[in-house]
Design a protein around this ligand. Structure first.
Ligand SMILES: [Zn+2]
Ligand SMILES: [Zn+2]
Length: 690
């Protein structure tokens, strides 16, 4: 009510009466001429809306999740990779697989005929079409039927067997048609801020999002600004922290499992940094994992800000730059595992470097360095990924040489992981007839694919879930040890066979703990509690089995030996030495033979896998090994050993492809593929060198 109209007394009360009597509706007639309709519901254009509450915007909550895909963003539908398997072909040449054959060719011809109406280039390879043209091909345009119409037609005739067979051939996980992959029910997407809904906003990288929020601040009225003040400053603070740790290129909707190890580490870091507490103790375990040296510098800046706010920051780390910048270093050692456990040196960077006891100091001071091999290998054969266009990759073509040590480098977010893990690896596996994850967008894989018999991604996942799995069983060396124990005179007398020395089958193992050596008590909501088995005292075997000895040691004693101790102990048993030698070669000489796999770090698990391949020798056929940041968690000393085992694999005829930014590894490479230049904007192929 403005201007000349005088407010009625008790006007608000009358309105609520009107709403009550009208069951939510109220009409207002002004001077018998103008009529206004009001209601007290969230309603417009005849649609009823949900009152916005936080849960409405969460796809993890049943209230907000899209009911069709239950918030997963994908449903079982037509898989475009199966429909257009070869993106080098044009529509004219038969790129659309189901439009082949005498009967279905009508669809192809029909589309080609109609395509003139909207200037669709029917002779252009699919990989070179614009996004708009790809949509036209699928959805059709100007009355011309597209691939979607084709499948609608197929679905309407499913009573025919051949149509059912055809449909099943093209089914796979696809974007949800109702939420278009935004994961939220449509009511949530009706709610907009500055003309954008939450799904659209989440598609932008952090740095664009920050800009958008900065601009939003200018646009808000004083009233709205006051309401949003608290929330906006929280958002701004968090976005700023993500930028500072070098994650400005990430979009909010990137799936956690598509992030590299370093990226997810730093997101966790952002969470604790976001709280901005003072007088707190922050403990960070190798935060520089997966970071290019430039990003590490940014990270160090953030850590120093935390310190300057009055906090204490403790970092477990062996990154050289991090050590240089530290105020105080505690150097543990002297070597790993049972050869470690002591404080070797303490002090600032200069004190560590000048301390003769510190192995770390010697590396930092470059007294000990990792020398690259003198000879760079030449290569003749290769495989090529053509036209890669997934995530950050900007339609690049990259040639990967075979039978050499090839390193893919670049700042984090430059697309290394996408190129290798989401395109090259799954695409090669598909070519070898294996099934795996969906392959990222690319035109084709060409080159000497037949030169590779097998593709192995040697990751940092645990080597086995049960606490019975351990390095020596994983590399199959335990069989030799069991044979040796079954051969001892006491075993013969008691009728023990190799299986009595197994903790995987009944017979010789402790009946109470089934050879685990411990019992696990499950605690609801808390970490499980591990208790030493009372029956065997953690020795895993029955007393009569433990009485069998070789050189005065029983089977339990052997499992307690480190790899290097065992090499010495079994020096007269050639087959055992041969079987466990690879573990020492990959730098795991300090690991106990029977060490439960659960206690191995990711890097250690990765090297156990590597050792198992080294043990197989040339018999395994030519393998392409892919390693994603294998130096993660490794000390200089161990990087040297890892590099040596890479060289051994290549000597056996295999190819080694490593995603890495550790400079020692890059210097040792025969061939380097550098992606960049900038994270996120990168995805350009910078070049090869060496
Ligand atoms: Zn959906
Ligand atoms: Zn037991």
């Amino acid at each position: 009510m403005q201007g000349s109209v005088k407010p009625f007394p008790r006007f608000p009360a009358k309105i609520s009466t009107a709403f009550y009597e009208g069951e939510g509706d109220m009409l207002l007639e002004v001077n018998g001429t103008k009529r206004h309709d009001f209601n007290n519901r969230f309603e417009a254009d005849g649609m009823l809306f949900e009152e916005p509450v936080p849960n409405l915007f969460s796809f993890n909550n049943p209230f907000g999740a899209c009911p069709t895909c239950e918030g997963f963003s994908q449903v079982l539908g037509i898989d475009d990779d199966l429909v257009i398997p070869d993106k080098r072909l044009s529509v004219y040449d038969g790129a659309v697989a189901p439009w082949k054959g005498e009967k279905m060719d009508w669809w192809r011809q029909n589309f080609i005929k109609g395509a003139k109406k909207f200037n669709f280039p029917v002779h252009k390879p699919i990989a070179d079409l614009t996004d708009k043209q790809i949509t036209q091909l699928w959805k059709g345009a100007e009355g011309v039927m597209g691939i979607d119409d084709f499948f609608k037609d197929v679905e309407s005739q499913l009573y025919k067997v051949q149509y059912r067979v055809m449909l099943s051939r093209y089914r796979g996980r696809t974007e949800c048609p109702d939420c278009e992959g935004y994961r939220l029910r449509k009511e949530a997407l009706y709610v907009q801020v500055n003309k954008k809904h939450i799904g659209e906003v989440c598609e932008w990288p952090v740095k664009d999002l920050k800009k958008w929020f900065d601009e939003l601040d200018q646009k808000l009225s004083e009233h709205d600004k006051a309401i949003a003040k608290r929330i906006l400053s929280e958002i701004q603070h968090r976005l700023q922290t993500l930028l500072s740790v070098g994650l400005g290129y990430l979009t909010m909707n990137r799936l956690a499992n598509s992030l590299s190890g370093g990226e997810s580490q730093r997101i966790q870091l952002t969470r604790s940094l976001g709280s901005n507490l003072t007088s707190s103790l922050y403990i960070l375990d190798e935060p520089s994992i997966g970071l290019h040296s430039r990003d590490t510098a940014n990270l160090i800046k953030v850590l120093k800000e935390l310190r300057d706010l009055g906090n204490t920051v403790v970092v477990v780390e062996h990154d050289e730059m991090m050590m240089r910048e530290a105020d105080h270093i505690i150097d543990m050692g002297p070597l790993a595992s049972h050869l470690g456990g002591e404080v070797v040196a303490e002090g600032d960077y200069d004190e560590i470097v000048s301390n003769p006891a510190s192995l770390t100091g010697k590396y930092l001071d470059h007294v000990l360095t990792i020398d690259p091999p003198k000879q760079v290998r030449k290569w003749t054969r290769s495989v090529t990924v053509e036209g890669a266009r997934q995530h950050n990759l900007k339609n690049i073509t990259v040639e990967f040489p075979l039978n050499v040590l090839c390193v893919v480098s670049g700042v984090s977010g430059s697309g290394k992981t996408t190129l290798v893990r989401q395109i090259l690896y799954p695409a090669l596996r598909k070519l070898k007839g294996e099934f795996g994850d969906k392959t990222g967008f690319h035109k084709a894989i060409t080159g000497d694919v037949e030169e590779i018999a097998q593709i192995e991604m040697v990751d940092q996942n645990p080597i086995g879930k049960s606490s019975r799995s351990n390095p020596v069983t994983y590399i199959k060396a335990y069989d030799e040890i069991r044979d040796l124990y079954a051969d001892q005179p006491l075993s013969k007398m008691r009728g023990f066979m190799p299986k009595h020395f197994s903790f995987n089958v009944d017979g010789g193992r402790c009946d109470t703990c089934k050879g685990e050596g411990e019992q696990v008590v499950e605690m609801q909501f808390l970490a499980d509690v591990h208790l030493t088995c009372e029956a065997c005292g953690g020795k895993k075997f029955k007393e009569e089995v433990l009485e069998v000895k070789y050189q005065d040691k029983n089977i339990y004693d052997v499992l307690e030996m480190s790899v290097d101790e065992a090499l010495d102990f079994f020096r007269f048993e050639k087959s055992i030495v041969k079987a466990i030698q690879p573990l020492s070669d990959v730098g795991l000489g300090y690991v106990k033979l029977g060490q439960s796999s659960g206690t191995l770090s990711g890097g250690e698990a990765q090297r156990v896998k590597l050792a198992s391949f080294l043990g197989k020798g040339k018999s395994a056929g030519k393998i392409m090994f892919i390693f994603d940041e294998p130096t993660t968690g490794l000390h200089f000393h161990d990087i040297q050993k890892l590099l040596t085992s890479f060289q051994a694999l290549i000597e056996q005829g295999h190819s080694v492809l490593v995603i890495e930014h550790n400079t020692d590894v890059i210097r040792s490479a025969d061939w380097v593929i550098d992606l960049g230049p900038e994270a996120g904007d990168g995805g350009r192929f910078i070049g090869v060198c060496r």
